[in-house]
Design a protein around this ligand. Sequence first.
Ligand code: COA
Length: 261
Amino acid sequence: MSETPAILDVRNESGILIITLNRPDKLNALNRAVLKALDEQIEFAYASETVKGIIITGSGIKAFAAGADISEFSSLQAHEAQLLSQEGQLIFQKIDKLTKPVIAAVNGFALGGGFELALACHIRIASDNAKFGLPESTLGLLPGYGGTQRLPLIIGKGRAIELMLTAEQIPADKALAWGIVNTVTTQEELLPTCIALLQKFFTKAPTSIQEVLRCAHLAMDTSGTAFNEEAKSFGRCAGTQDFKEGVQAFMEKRKASFTGK
Ligand code: COA
């Protein structure tokens, strides 16, 4: 009898918690179970005395994470969508607020919620096949896991709006030029590069590391009401006919036809 593989693969390598999203056949889409498991690992990292840093990556060679799991959207009502957005925001906020360095090792598609997860990490390093995009407007939605807030802070409002409203994917070299990622490597070098960077950090004073992360988080000021507004917008979008059409079109592998209703 074959065992179902865990949705997260987690290992601790010399104080570095390497969390691998493990649904490669669904391009590591973030369903509720994955988000819950991720939350548990982040809580563990907060409490653990042995964990000094985290790397989040995706299994397989194709995707970091291709977004929230659209198959869970088919019967989603507006108020449930708002809640889902708030739940996701809360988990990603925990990542952002952690005073242990968190690196997203982006090894392929980072789309929608997958991109938002990478944005919540402190640093992003990408392999040369990585692609970044926010396709939510194609589904009649908007990024609901903090992306409307973090992306403008990281790359500026104009570029962020372009990405959100074209829904286009950009390759790793453009993500580097736009300041989304710090470094681009080969797929083989991706994890070793992330590990080497964390090890370099770990040679510095632990209190300095904690305080730099705490203050850098404050500089981004993600504590205001705007996140709540994002969740409300997510709920409003999910209450439209266009959202139902967007999700149905994705499931049927066709282009959506929007009416503005
Ligand atoms: N949610 C649920 N399932 C997803 C998914 C998502 N976000 N992204 C990919 N998958 C699934 C596909 O449905 C497919 O499943 P199937 O084999 O059972 O049909 C499988 O993952 C492989 O994806 P596929 O679309 O066949 O791969 P591709 O190489 O042709 O295209 C993408 C890759 C990333 C361009 C495409 O999968 C895509 O557009 N995904 C959705 C991205 C998105 O809109 N994310 C935001 C969600 S809010």
